[in-house]
Design a protein. Structure first.
Length: 47
């Protein structure tokens, strides 16, 4: 049977993936800071 739960908007599926991607982005940003010794804003030319 087809799954008819919504995949967009404020659904549990969307919020789960939003949280996962936010955590991934945070870890990547932290790792980049540790490797380069510069903050994220300095790396993109704003700091």
């Amino acid at each position: 049977m087809a799954d008819i739960t919504p995949r967009f908007g404020f659904s549990a599926f969307a919020e789960t993936w939003n949280g996962r991607l936010a955590m991934l982005g945070f870890v990547i940003g932290l790792g980049t800071e540790l490797l380069t010794g510069q903050g994220i804003l300095s790396q993109i030319g704003l700091g």
